[in-house]
Design a protein around this ligand. Structure first.
Ligand code: GLT
Ligand code: MN
Ligand code: MN
Length: 392
């Protein structure tokens, strides 16, 4: 046990599908036994996690009878009570059952769309019964290969209709639940609708109950699109829409790798943790730190727990490094903005005719300003030295 081992107040959570991943990939079958959901909860509790998340089918197999469902849920709830773990988030599997091969909420067949709504209402009931306060929507099959099969505008309308319906369902039931939309650019579909967090943020504003809907950005998904994950998360935070987050590791230009947090993209992971923790003086993110990742296919079950501990320890180590970095007097000096209250007053607070005139009068030595070095090389090197552990 050391200062970086996870504690409940760190709010670390894992999906049943993450540590329960048996190592299947498109080229080979499972390499590890399927672990029972209650065993996974016990394992997570031993590792120091705080929460466990699930799809409906991770716990209750597709097609179970009502009696079977209640028996499974009862046993799971007893294990939660025994271990003290909670279920912060739940979601629906709208991608594995073959009926969703053309999408779920955006499918062309209205019976598929109806079935998707019905399945999601049942899964919402299950999530709420287990105590979930966040409900994730990842549109795994909402996309195309043959794009002529539907007008993409129609797909957006259908997706909106489904979310409006489900928000109203939650309100009608009196549930205390918020939705978090998760974007992904491709995989398993060639092109998925609403491919990035930015697309999602705009789409949310077009919903009937937009205040109860936010985003669940995933490191791997934004990185696959070649984008800065930290910038996407910052936009969500600034909009008050970061309801949940999927942490993992990923390299640009690859398939969705879902690797151990920080294992491939340490500088980005550092910047992300710094942002989430608000060590630079901004408001911290208060929600779950969820790892949507899985262990290498080389691992047995013991290796899966090494993986889980690794995700959480890396997060905590990066938080400690970020605090040191932002408290470093050299960093404070290098980051100090040049405040000029008179100019700031002109720039803030909106347009005014007098301000416009004053801006035109402002003395601006363009050559002198352009000639000034900004010392970002030094700032970045100091950051790297903190990250590499040679500056305390
Ligand atoms: C699936 C996907 C993830 C989503 C999960 C929630 S399922 O593992 O790859 O990114 O977050 O549906
Ligand atoms: Mn995810
Ligand atoms: Mn992923």
């Amino acid at each position: 046990m050391d200062a970086f081992d996870p504690r409940p107040e760190d709010k670390f959570s894992f999906g049943l599908w993450t540590v329960g991943n048996p190592g299947r990939d498109p080229f080979g079958g499972p390499v590890r036994p399927t672990q029972d959901a209650c065993e996974i909860v016990r394992g997570l509790a031993r590792c120091g996690a705080w929460g466990v998340n699930l799809h409906d089918e991770d716990l209750v197999p597709f097609g179970s009878s009502a009696a079977e469902r209640d028996r499974i849920v009862g046993r799971f709830q007893r294990t939660l009570a025994e271990t003290g773990l909670i279920v912060p988030m739940a979601t629906t599997n709208l991608f594995s059952p073959p009926i969703f091969k053309d999408g779920a909420f955006t499918a062309n067949d209205p019976r598929v769309r109806a079935f998707a709504l019905r399945k999601t209402m049942d899964a919402i009931d299950l999530g709420v019964e287990l105590g979930a306060r966040i409900y994730v929507f990842w549109g795994g099959r909402e996309g195309t290969e043959a794009d002529a099969c539907r007008d993409p505008q129609e797909a957006l309308k259908r997706f909106r209709e489904a979310l409006d319906f489900l928000c109203a369902y939650v309100l009608d039931q009196g549930y205390d639940l918020r939705f978090a939309l998760e974007a992904k650019p491709n995989e398993p579909r060639c092109d998925m609708y609403l491919p990035t967090t930015g697309h999602m943020l705009h789409f949310i504003e077009t919903l009937e109950h937009s205040t109860m809907v936010g985003v669940n950005p995933e490191v791997a998904h934004e990185t696959m699109a070649g984008l800065s994950f930290t910038h996407g998360v910052a936009q969500a935070m600034e909009a008050g829409k970061l309801f949940h987050i999927d942490l993992n590791g990923q390299r640009i230009g690859r398939y969705d790798q879902d690797l151990r947090f920080g294992s491939e993209d340490l500088k980005q992971a550092f910047l992300l943790v710094r942002l989430l923790e608000g060590t630079a003086g901004t408001e911290a993110y208060g929600g779950p730190r969820h790892f949507d990742a899985h262990a290498y296919r080389s691992e047995d079950v013991e290796g899966v727990w090494d993986f889980a501990r690794g995700c959480m320890r890396t997060y905590n180590i990066l938080r400690a490094r970020a605090r040191c970095f932002d408290a470093d007097p050299e960093v404070v000096e290098l980051r100090a903005g040049r405040s000029e209250p008179e100019i700031d007053a002109l720039l803030g607070g909106g347009y005014g005719a007098e301000k416009a005139a004053a801006l035109r009068e402002l003395e601006c030595d363009v050559d002198a300003i352009a000639a000034r070095g900004l010392r970002y090389e030094r700032l970045d090197q100091v950051m790297m030295e903190h990250l590499m552990g040679v500056r305390a």
